[in-house]
Design a protein around this ligand. Structure first.
Ligand code: 6PG
Length: 241
């Protein structure tokens, strides 16, 4: 099981640079070791799109071989400001090739979270045929002040999900309520996981996750069994570590 590596940046620019450096290095090693598979990156919402897009401008990556999946997604239309896909499309426009890079959650029927989760799980299985659970190359995660990550919230039954790779949630405490999320079997089977967490508002929860290793908190339970785990923080967030 991976022990976390912690890196502390001096500024938001440095957070973005550390993230971009890791993405570039890991992509080079994955793409260099096989000429026919794609590099699959899982994206999250919150502040991550800002950091990822800032660093993406300078990334030396063969974007034709990159596929973006979503570690969680809110069930809202893509033009809604809450849509994680919508935010990335806007921020990455002109940097990556286009819509073909994204493996998206279907948001046609906004009330049917169960169907959205099933369809998305099928799409993910096709990306890594035969793998149970699928092993993705790099999952980029954030963490809320309550210790949630993806749409896995403290005390929620989904923390115990072991059968499904993607689960629906219709009572998310962080709005909007309807979402789909990856589950621990997939998170902990990744080749690499990077958390980005910044700001003074995260210092207490980071102490609980990284120092006390409080397993009540969803973020603490992300421990890839055969992969790397990196936390990129800024100084205010890391001030109690
Ligand atoms: C979402 C997320 C969520 C997010 C955290 C951290 O709500 O869509 O994917 O898990 O990553 O809430 O958000 P911040 O980066 O804004 O702290």
């Amino acid at each position: 099981m991976a022990e976390p590596t912690i890196k502390v940046a001096d500024s938001e620019e440095e957070v973005a640079k550390m993230l971009a450096d890791f993405v570039e290095k890991h992509a080079a090693s994955v793409l260099g070791s096989s000429s026919d598979s794609d590099f699959i990156i899982g994206l999250s919402g919150g502040s991550l799109p800002k950091f990822f897009a800032t660093g993406a401008k300078n990334l030396k990556l063969d974007w034709d071989r990159v596929k973006f999946i979503f570690c969680d997604e809110r069930l809202v239309p893509v033009d809604d400001p809450e849509s994680t896909l919508g935010v990335y499309k806007e921020k990455l426009s002109g940097i990556i090739c286009g819509d073909n890079n994204f493996v998206t959650v279907d948001t046609i029927n906004l009330d049917d979270v169960e169907k959205a989760a099933q369809d998305y799980e099928e799409k993910l299985k096709k990306l890594r045929p035969g793998q149970q659970p699928p092993r993705f190359d790099l999952l980029l995660l954030g963490m809320g002040p309550d210790g949630h990550t993806c749409s896995l919230f403290p005390g929620h039954a989904l923390l115990e999900e072991t059968g499904r790779f993607v689960a629906p949630i219709s009572d998310s405490p962080k709005p909007p309520p309807n979402r789909v999320t990856l589950t621990y079997p997939v998170l902990n089977n990744a080749s690499a996981v990077v958390f980005v967490s910044t700001g003074e508002g995260k210092k207490d929860v980071l102490e609980r996750v990284l120092k006390q290793k409080d397993m009540q908190l969803p973020a603490t339970r992300v421990r890839p069994t055969n992969g790397e785990l990196l936390w990129i923080l800024d100084k205010p967030a890391a001030s109690k570590l």
